[in-house]
Design a protein around this ligand. Structure first.
Ligand SMILES: NC(=O)c1ccc[n+]([C@@H]2O[C@H](COP(=O)([O-])OP(=O)(O)OC[C@H]3O[C@@H](n4cnc5c(N)ncnc54)[C@H](OP(=O)(O)O)[C@@H]3O)[C@@H](O)[C@H]2O)c1
Length: 277
């Protein structure tokens, strides 16, 4: 993968850049002179249209592919300035879901795989000559207020340990409890619709906090943010909500991509305002 002629080009990776918000964010980055790796299952149109866009295959449902992807990035890129973990699924969205929530499928794609990708790219982020950042695209649906006091307590305590492996095992335990004993039901522990999606975004937020706290203690300059983009007119978006076009949502997040400046870290933002975790 050629990274261009400039000595220290701006480099970003966007997951799920095939459509929706991810495609719009990749376009904004290209407009700001970034080389953008569009990490996706379905090839995007961007790589054909823009000289600085590169396609790289990434299926967040397959751990082996994630490992191959990270290895390829480490082999081919000198560093990464911006990683946007955007790809996600919400199969509960259709309202056609029968049976228990698809905990494992959703947690795997929206949480465990995002952590895997980010941890695999950490050496590249830490090599950035600028102020590198990881932007986890989250959702207000992941606010802890939607969970029982027990789940809130668990997810609040985790970042204090600053250990990503501890976070992984806490979420795994929560998941097996939900699968094996059916304890984590909408009524008992998640107080709203789309419980698997909500839990995946709350867990992703816990990762943002854990990784930010770890970076601080290790003197790493990588910043970690969770960002809720608001309601967007995409395949995943809620057609009953007041939505904006993905291009508008991406433009609004443009200020987060200025890597010459220090970035906020350990924050959950929507429209530039802080959300409660
Ligand atoms: N839309 C909203 O109103 C809204 C609100 C709050 C938060 N968000 C968040 O914003 C982000 C973008 O959502 P969107 O609205 O743009 O959704 P979208 O239009 O459904 O796009 C989802 C993207 O994720 C990719 N993806 C899904 N499963 C994948 C997998 N296993 N491996 C790799 N890529 C995968 C899709 O790729 P394929 O094309 O290959 O399927 C697609 O590029 C998500 O994190 C979502 O949770 C959205």
């Amino acid at each position: 993968m050629q990274t261009g002629k400039a000595s220290q080009p701006l480099i970003a990776i966007v997951t799920g850049a095939s459509r929706g918000l991810g495609q719009a964010l990749a376009s904004i980055l290209l407009g700001c002179d970034f080389i953008v790796v569009c990490a996706q299952r379905t090839p995007s149109k961007l790589a054909h249209r823009h000289v600085n866009a590169r396609d790289a295959y990434l299926d967040l449902g397959d751990l082996q592919i994630i490992e191959q992807f990270s290895q390829r990035m480490r082999d081919e890129l000198p560093y990464v300035d911006v990683l946007i973990n955007n790809a996600a699924i919400c199969p509960e969205d259709s309202g056609m879901q029968d049976g228990p929530p698809p905990w494992r499928e959703v947690l795997n794609v929206n949480f465990f795989s995002q952590v895997e990708v980010t941890e695999g790219l950490m050496p590249l982020l830490e090599s950035s000559p600028r102020h590198p950042r990881v932007i986890n695209i989250s959702s207000g649906d992941g606010e802890l207020v939607f969970f029982s006091p027990e789940v809130q307590d668990l997810l609040r305590k985790v970042p204090k340990r600053r250990s990503v492996s501890h976070l992984r095992s806490v979420v795994s335990e929560l998941l097996s409890e939900s699968l094996e004993r059916d304890q984590l039901s909408d009524q008992e522990h998640v107080y709203h619709v789309q419980p698997a999606y909500r839990l995946s975004k709350a867990a992703l937020n816990a990762y943002t906090r854990t990784a930010a706290k770890r970076a601080r203690i290790c003197n790493s300059n990588v910043c970690f943010l969770s960002v809720c983009p608001g309601d967007i007119d995409t395949e995943m978006g809620d057609p009953h909500a007041v939505q904006v076009a993905p291009e508008e949502a991406a433009r609004e997040m443009g200020y987060l991509l200025k890597v010459a400046q220090v970035c906020d870290t350990d924050k959950f933002l929507r429209h530039g305002q802080h959300l409660a975790w």
